[in-house]
Write a protein that binds this ligand. Structure first.
Ligand SMILES: [Fe+2]
Ligand SMILES: [Fe+2]
Length: 297
C-alpha cells in the first residue's frame, strides 16, 4: 500500500465504524460500554503531527489565518482538556473504559501538538500559556470538558464547513486540519454515550445528586462563556475569543446566523452518520440550536 493509500484508509476508518456485536444493545449495559469504548479505540487515526504538511499560503490567506482570534483559546482548551481527561482516566478502574479515556486524553494532547505546529508554521504569536490546574474533582473536570466539547464542536462543524466553502481556509489547509475536527465528533459521541451509560450505573439514590451536578456543570459553562465574551470587549481586541461566540463574524461568512445554525445541524448529522446507529448521538446542543432557530428568520 502506498503512503497515500494508507492515509486514505486511516481517514476512512476513523469516520466509519460498526460493531460486530449483533442485535439490540441496551443503553447502560456492559454491551453498551463495549460499544462506545470500542468505537473510540477502533476509529483512532494514527497520524503523526510532525509529518503533517502545512501548505504555503499566499499573503492574503496567511493574513486571514493569523488574524483569527481563536489560537490562544484553542491551544489552552486542548491543554486543559488533556489534563482533565487524563486526571479522570486515572480514577477509572474498568480496563476498557480506562483504555478509551487514555486514548481520548492522548488525542487532546495531540491536538495541542497539531496546533503548535500550525502556529509555528504560520508565525502566529500566542499569549503565554497559563498553568493548568489539576481538577480537585476529576469527574467534574471530565464532564466540564465533555459538555464544552459538545457546544464548541457543534459550532465548529458549521464554521469549518463554511470557511471551506467560502475559501477562507485554503483547501490544502482544510485537508490538513480536517482530522482534528472529526476527532472532536468522535469525542462528543463517546461522551454522550458515557453520560447515558454512567447515569444508569449509579445507584438510584445517587442519581438526583448527579442530576444536580450536571446542572452545575452547565451553569459553569454558561458563566465561563459570558466571561470570555466580556473579556473580549474589555480588551478591545479579538485575540482570545471563543470560536463558538465570535467565530462567525471572523470567518467572512455570507451566511446569516440562521443559515449558519442550519449548516451546523447538517454537518453535525453528516459527521455522526458513519458510526454504529446503536450509539446514542449527542442531542442536547442540536436540540437547543433547533429551538433557537425557530426564533430566527
Ligand atoms: Fe481536542
Ligand atoms: Fe476532544
Amino acid at each position: 500500500m502506498s503512503n497515500d493509500d494508507a492515509v486514505a484508509a486511516a481517514d476512512y476508518s476513523m469516520r466509519h465504524w460498526l460493531s460486530a456485536e449483533p442485535g439490540r444493545i441496551k443503553i447502560g449495559s456492559d454491551a453498551h460500554k463495549r460499544l462506545f469504548c470500542r468505537m473510540l479505540l477502533d476509529t483512532h487515526n494514527p497520524y503523526k503531527p510532525a509529518v503533517l504538511v502545512w501548505p504555503k499560503l499566499d499573503p492574503d490567506a496567511l493574513q486571514r489565518i493569523t488574524a483569527l482570534p481563536i489560537w490562544d483559546i484553542a491551544v489552552q482548551t486542548e491543554g486543559r482538556a488533556t489534563l482533565r481527561v487524563e486526571t479522570y482516566a486515572k480514577t477509572v478502574r474498568d480496563p476498557l473504559l480506562n483504555e478509551a479515556l487514555i486514548m481520548d486524553g492522548g488525542e487532546e494532547a495531540r491536538h495541542k501538538v497539531v496546533l503548535s505546529k500550525l502556529v509555528g508554521a504560520y508565525d502566529i504569536t500566542l499569549a503565554p500559556e497559563p498553568v493548568y490546574e489539576v481538577p480537585t474533582d476529576p469527574e467534574w473536570g471530565w464532564m466540564v470538558t465533555g459538555y464544552s466539547e459538545c457546544i464548541d464542536s457543534f459550532f465548529s462543524f458549521g464554521l469549518f464547513e463554511s470557511a471551506k466553502r467560502t475559501g477562507y481556509f485554503p483547501a490544502e489547509l482544510v485537508e490538513t486540519f480536517e482530522p482534528v475536527i472529526q476527532e472532536e465528533a468522535r469525542h462528543i459521541l463517546f461522551f454522550a454515550n458515557w453520560m447515558a451509560w454512567y447515569r444508569r450505573q449509579l445507584a438510584w439514590w445517587r442519581r438526583p445528586l448527579f442530576a444536580v451536578k450536571v446542572m452545575r456543570v452547565w451553569a459553569f459553562l454558561i458563566w465561563e462563556r459570558i466571561g470570555i465574551a466580556k473579556g473580549l470587549d474589555n480588551k478591545g481586541e479579538m485575540q482570545d475569543a471563543n470560536f463558538a461566540i465570535t467565530g462567525h463574524q471572523q470567518i467572512g461568512l455570507d451566511l446569516n446566523i440562521g443559515e449558519l445554525v442550519d449548516l451546523c445541524l447538517t454537518e453535525d448529522r453528516r459527521r455522526m452518520d458513519g458510526y454504529d446507529p446503536r450509539l446514542l448521538r449527542p442531542t442536547f446542543v442540536p436540540r437547543m440550536a433547533r429551538l433557537a432557530r425557530r426564533f430566527m428568520r
